[in-house]
Design a protein around this ligand. Sequence first.
Ligand code: ADP
Ligand code: MG
Length: 346
Amino acid sequence: EEHTNSNKNEVTRELSLTGSGSTDSGVRADSLDKHSNARWPRQNSLSMKEWDIPYDDVKIFEVIGAGRFGTVCRGSWHGAVAVKLLHVLPLSDDGSLLDTFKHEVSIFRKTRHENLVLFMGACMKPPRLAIVTSLCKGMTLYTHIHLRKDKFTANKSVLVAQQISQGMGYLHARGIIHKDLKTKNIFLESGKVVITDFGLFSVTKLCFGNNARGDSLGIPSGWLCYLAPEIIRALRPHASLLLPFSKATDIYAFGTVWYELLCGEFPFKGQPPESIIWQVGKGVKQSLANMQASRDIKDILMVCWSYRAADRPDFPSLLNTLQKLPKKRLARSPSHPVHLSRSADS
Ligand code: ADP
Ligand code: MG
């Protein structure tokens, strides 16, 4: 269809060229104008349609869970989907919320990667704001680690971390900062990592930020451990939109995920928020003294948790480091013929 349209455009252009009696340059400007007018709005509206899902087209079933910024339901839209319904307050009806939402959704829709949840579309008619994604089948890493107490071997942890680094590396290469990387936002579908909720932080905070009252700082439980020192130091009531998120703060959060995978618990376990804020803010890290792991594995933690953002690695270099880990470990195993022959080579 796109093809016939552009053909038609060519025809109109030719007609106006022959039909007009004005100078050469004048005609060209005119036809170019027509050309662009005919072309760009159509393309824009096409792509808008792609992700503007009419709310009534989505069948909504049971609530799966409630997060910081809304309710997640199982739904159906050309198959099983997850529908994130955002809480919108009537008073935030000044258009800026919708603009932020549209902006974040426009970022979301540009993502295509194996390890990222599939964005399918959004409902954007206030007060109904919803995001429709594919429904993740497995469980989150959080459920595996903290609820089911599943143990991840070092090799399994490395495979999971590699996939997280791949998905996150892709996001960063596209200029997208996750801002909320945590084990609750990482699904494991029969060995495959699927990352969710990237880049939606501002919308979530806009919805809820307006609701916050008084001078208290509402900190959702389990959030602090993922926050880099520079974010911790910037925490104050009502300032969540100004927090200095960056690629480096995503790396810090990855460090915490890596720690959870290896140790089965959160860093600073059992300590009150005030104490965590105080320690992280001045550069104290969770001690690794009692941790059973090789030096290489602990080094990854320490470098991701670097106090200075500039000292933290990026995802491609993390991936590189992680890819070297299992080989080294397997090479030492005498029961693995492939690696035995390799070590015989070297
Ligand atoms: P949080 O990430 O803090 O748990 P969310 O609002 O993102 O809060 O999610 C609420 C619940 O919905 C969680 O239990 C989460 O695992 C589940 N959920 C979110 N997105 C999906 C999805 N795409 N597929 C399946 N379940 C999901
Ligand atoms: Mg989530």
